[in-house]
Design a protein around this ligand. Structure first.
Ligand SMILES: [Zn+2]
Length: 122
């Protein structure tokens, strides 16, 4: 995506904070080993995306897969700004593994107080 390149340049110039995550669109689900750190992949047709997948930001790196299907529960919604910085609602709370709990807002991970893992350094 063009926006994500602009975001990288602006961050490199020090105009914006370096985003922790930027979106990438993919028609097909990427394999777990294709997930790149800092990339939130929105999977499916642009008008009706099905999933968002990204490596767990706690540092454990487990691929997280969130359903965007409005007919399923739980479900999330993803929006992104003109720089491709994603916001995900509601928060992501893993009930297994590292048990982390966070919000993703404009490409930035905000840890919740009940985050189960050790808080990573920012
Ligand atoms: Zn984790």
């Amino acid at each position: 995506m063009l926006q994500t390149s602009i975001a990288k340049v602006l961050a490199w110039l020090g105009i914006i904070e370096r985003p922790q995550f930027l979106v990438k669109a993919a028609f097909d689900m990427p394999a777990p080993d294709e997930l790149m750190p800092g990339q939130a992949v929105i999977v499916g047709p642009a008008e009706k995306p099905k999933w968002v997948t990204f490596p767990c930001p706690s540092g454990c790196g487990t691929p997280l897969l969130l359903s965007l299907n409005p007919d399923r529960r739980p479900r999330w919604s993803v929006t992104y700004d003109w720089l491709g910085r994603p916001s995900i609602t509601p928060s992501v709370h893993r009930t297994d593994g590292c048990r982390c709990h966070f919000w993703m807002k404009r490409g930035k991970v905000e840890w919740c107080k009940d985050n189960g893992g050790i808080l990573p350094e920012n």
